[in-house]
Structure formats: C-alpha cells, structure tokens
Ligand binder design. Structure first.
Ligand SMILES: Cc1ncc(COP(=O)(O)O)c(C=O)c1O
Length: 405
C-alpha cells in the first residue's frame, strides 16, 4: 500500500477511465464517447498535407518548438477566431496539448488547495477531474435550457465565505446537457460577474458544430463582447473538428495571464507536439477546415435526427430528452425514482453503453439523467442501440414498481 498523494483521489477520475474504455470497447454499441467516429477523420487530406510538405518543414515536425506554440499556427488561429467574431487584439494565444491542458494550466495558475471553483451542474467531467486533482472545493450551480441559473449563481456567490477563483462554463452545445446559452443569459451572467473579481472560463469546444447556420450568431464568444470588468479566458480545441488524436487546444487570455500560463506549460511538457501543430496549421492555412467541418455537420445532423426518431419510437413515455441544435449530446431524463446507474447495469449486459448522469454531477450523486452521444455512432446501429436501451429502462422501471408496491 503506497502513500499516494491527495491529487490521485479525484472521485471522477475512475469515471473518466471507465468512460474511455467503454467509448472504444469492441462489440459494444457505444453512446458513451464524446468523440468523432473513426470513419469520419480526414485521413486522405492529412496524407496529402504531409507528403507535400517541403523537406525543411518535415524535419521541423520532429523538433521542439516555442512553449507558446508554433508561430504560423498562432497566426492561422487568429484568422480562425476572427471568423467567429473574436478579435485577438491585445490578448495572447497559448497553444496547449488538448484544451483540457488549458483548463489544467489555468487551474494551476490560479488555484491553491482548498480554493473555491464554481462550475455548472452538470459539468464536463474532464474539467471536474482537473479541479479535484488540484484540491479545489467545487461549488456547482444548476443549469436550465438557457444556461446557468442566475438566481442560484447570485445566492451561491453571496453564501460563500471566500471569493471563488473562477467560474468554468461550456456555453455552446454543453457537455453533457447539449444546450446553448441564450443571449439574455450571457448578458445576465456577465452582469453578475461584473466587478466581483471572479474570472470566467469560457470553454468553447463545440461551437463549429451547429446544425443550422442561422443560429451561428448565438454562438458568438462572450470574450468578444468587449466587457471590461469581467476577465474572460477563452479555451478552444481541435479535437471535435479535426480529431482528438491531434491533442491540440488553445487558450486566449490577457498578456499577464498568458505569461504565467506559459511558465506552467513549460513545466508540463515544454511544448505541444510540433508535428501536430504543423499539420493542423496546413489544414487551416490551405482552407481545408471549413469544407471538412461542413461535412461533419451534415454527418452529425443525420445521426442526431436518427437518434431523435428512434427515441420517439422506443422510449417509454416517462422518459424525456432535449433535441440539440449542434454538438454531440442528448441528455435523457429518467423518472426521479430510478437511477441511470441501474439502467447502465441492464443495458451494458445487452451490449449498449452510455454515460451515467452522476458522472457529471460534481458531488457524484444526482443520477436521474444519462448522456447519449451520437457522434461516434455508426448510423446503422442507432436503432438497435436505442431499442436495447429503452428495454433496459423499461425493465428498471418495472422492477422499481414491484419494489414500491
Ligand atoms: C466541454 C469540453 N471541453 C474540453 C474538452 C477537451 O478536449 P481536448 O481533447 O481538446 O482536451 C472536451 C472533450 O470532451 C469537452 O467536452
């Protein structure tokens, strides 16, 4: 028995390990993984990009690079962010090894053990694991279909004896809830944070994956609003638009925050893979990203529609769910007296996996929801998967009635 550090005792890290295993498990119908399907990756484009790189750049791929990132990629990202309405201006971009690393760097930068971090409930489990690892006290605030509950946020801030270090949110195609923040809610949120000194972390991993381009204006980053008295750190990722195997993300912050973040990054991994940064930069600079993401949007829309259709066909009437306007996730609501963990036991035995609701609850308890991801799902398996899942729910419902009577 070793004397392990407190850092490894995160209650959510086992969930994440389990999730990664199930997401890629063989012979399973998996609604678990928040990742693209292998068949969707731009294999040919990347082959072509690498093969046509000049010899000098090929050699550079194998080399260390600046901790802040490969300068041409930083330039390309500036153009890309501008297309979202986000002008880099006086801010600075730090390239990170996945955007989870950006979340981890920000946490190391600002959080000492016992400090308070505010999150949404439910919350992206990867971020929860990071916050727990650094010994933060997580205080969570419920969300509804328009975003974080403003009254609950106000009273939470008032009730605390210490100032939270930051509030972490996922405003676009939330993981796991699938919602986007309404413009009113964003405005109210910024008003509440204004002058409190609480930093806002705006995690925007999914905003490119909208189903209807008419809704693009709803996805405009809050960091672009020009609010002066709320410090906003914006994070983004290539994982959902190019491939998680690239392990490429970034953060955009004021120079002061950037400088310290770069120091933290040096201690973590010196620099992000030059190989991946060069390939991603060529993808952007050669204008391959937009056509590829257009293709992804149509693939995900098709999968989302199939999932909705079969949920309507097979689910018992006690179950409800959202219809996402983009992203990867449907957040199913079970009757309050049954647990998604019990449904999971039934459904995994029949070969269907998903992620249980309690995984996304910072306290690890609330379990009347489950997350279905359609992004990694072969279209021809969706009906079978939903049918098995609904049978599992019906069985758990029936058992609960027997127990109650
Ligand atoms: C909301 C959110 N943020 C960040 C990430 C992490 O992405 P990356 O692969 O860039 O670390 C994910 C991945 O699932 C996510 O859902």
């Amino acid at each position: 028995m070793y004397a392990f550090s407190r850092a490894v005792n995160s209650i959510h890290s086992e969930d994440v390990k389990q999730l990664m295993k199930q997401a890629s498990g063989k012979n399973l119908i998996s609604f678990a993984g928040g990742m693209p399907n292998n068949d969707l990756f731009p294999v040919e484009q990347i082959d072509e990009i690498y093969n046509s790189l000049p010899e000098g750049l090929k050699k550079l791929c194998f080399q260390y690079g600046p901790s802040s990132g490969y300068p041409p990629l930083i330039k390309s990202l500036e153009t890309y962010l501008k297309s979202k309405g986000l002008v880099v201006g006086d801010n600075k971009i730090l390239i990170t090894t996945g955007s989870l690393q950006a979340i981890s760097i920000i946490t190391q930068e600002f959080v000492n053990e016992g400090d308070i971090i505010l999150t949404e409930n439910p919350c992206f489990v990867g971020a929860l694991t990071v916050f727990e690892t650094f010994g933060a006290e997580i205080q969570s605030i419920p969300i509804d279909e328009n975003g974080i509950n403003i009254e609950a946020l106000k009273s939470k801030i008032q009730s605390l004896d210490r100032q939270p270090r930051f509030l972490y949110i996922t405003p676009n195609y939330h993981n796991p809830a699938g919602i986007i923040y309404s413009p009113e809610r964003k405005k109210e949120l910024l008003e509440v944070l204004s002058g409190t000194g609480i930093i806002l972390i705006e995690d925007d991993a999914y905003s490119d994956l909208y189903f209807d381009k008419e809704e693009k204006h709803l996805l405009k980053p809050m960091k672009s609003f020009g609010v002066k008295d709320v410090e906003i750190i914006y994070t983004g990722s290539f994982s959902k638009i190019l491939g998680p195997g690239f392990r490429l993300g970034y953060m955009l912050s004021s120079e002061e925050i950037f400088d310290k973040a770069e120091t933290v990054k040096q201690g973590l991994d010196t620099c992000t893979s030059t190989f991946m940064q060069i390939l991603a930069n060529e993808f952007l600079a050669q204008n391959k990203l937009e056509p590829y993401v257009t293709f992804l949007r149509s693939e995900y829309l098709e999968r989302k529609n199939l999932l909705q259709k079969y949920l309507k066909t097979y689910m018992p009437e006690e179950v409800s769910w959202n219809e996402p306007k983009g992203g990867f996730y449907v957040w199913l609501k079970l009757p309050a007296h049954i647990k998604s963990t019990d449904v999971f036991k039934e459904s995994v035995a029949k070969g269907v996996v998903f992620v249980t609701g309690r995984t996304f609850d910072p306290a690890g308890r609330k379990d009347d929801r489950l997350r279905l991801s359609f992004s990694n799902m072969p279209k021809d398996q969706i009906e079978k998967g939903v049918k098995i899942l609904s049978e599992a729910i019906i069985k758990v419902l029936r058992n609960s009635k027997v127990v109650l009577s």
